[in-house]
Design a protein around this ligand. Structure first.
Ligand code: ZN
Ligand code: FE
Length: 241
């Protein structure tokens, strides 16, 4: 049975996501930005939290863990490289590991760039990627503790997934990303169209995510930049924009 996914807003601009396996009833939260928002999502869906899959150790992705553990006793899966900062996980994972959620399974990728411990979860059978703060709609995460080449390697690996892969990201940054994207790629008709669409979605408070790899390849300036110096320059220009 295919996975079901429920996405919701939390904090100021974070996304929370629940992924549910109908066959077993297992449900994972991808990160735990805010316990109350996750609780509300569980109530709305009627799902029972069995797992939390952490993408990286930043506080806006883990702050809800203690309260959710107290309430539901989920199994925590966290990056091996964040062992010190995310204590008490049942599993610490990295490149090549497989994570199971009932009958669903995800490959773990090390995706350093945004931070040294960042990992992504790729449910290949369902063609769903949880990209955390690595790839965003029309943008990518800030680079820290890592090199631009490492970030590019993480992004280009995501870019090589099938075009119809559905991508969930850690934040709703799409309107501001669209402004920068149009600034550096003004003649891209697909980008112009998408920028209008995301403005309209946000004007009514709707989500601009999830996205797809094909859509990002057509419109995301960072994926279109190629690697090397050009990518580093573009990411630094975005920091100043
Ligand atoms: Zn982060
Ligand atoms: Fe974040």
């Amino acid at each position: 049975m295919p996975a079901l996914v429920h996405q919701f807003f939390c904090r100021s601009d974070n996304y929370g996501v629940l992924i549910h396996d109908p066959a077993s009833g297992a449900t994972a939260a991808i990160d735990a930005p805010e316990a109350a928002a996750v609780e509300k999502a569980l109530t709305e869906t009627g799902w029972t939290l069995t797992d939390i899959f952490v993408t990286h150790r930043h506080i806006d992705h883990i702050e809800g863990i203690p309260a959710l553990v107290a309430a539901h006793h989920p199994r925590i899966t966290a990056p091996e490289k964040a062992r010190a900062e995310v204590p008490g996980a049942a599993a610490y994972v990295g490149e090549g590991d497989t994570v199971r959620l009932g009958t669903l399974s995800a490959r773990v990728w090390d995706t350093p760039g945004h931070c040294r411990d960042h990992i992504a979860y790729y449910f290949s059978e369902d063609k769903i990627l949880f990209a955390g703060d690595t790839l965003f709609a029309l943008g990518c995460g800030r680079v820290s503790e890592s090199t631009y080449d490492e970030m590019w390697a993480s992004l280009s690996r995501m870019a090589a997934l099938p075009g119809d892969t559905i991508v969930y990201c850690g934040h709703e940054y799409t309107v501001s990303n669209a402004k920068f994207a149009l600034h550096v790629d003004p003649d891209n008709a697909a980008l112009q169209k998408r920028a209008r669409e995301v403005e309209a979605l946000r004007a009514k408070g709707a989500a601009t995510l999830p996205t797809t790899i094909a859509l990002e390849l057509a419109t995301n300036p960072f994926l279109r930049a190629g690697g090397g110096k050009r990518f580093a320059e573009l990411r630094e220009a975005k920091n100043r924009f």
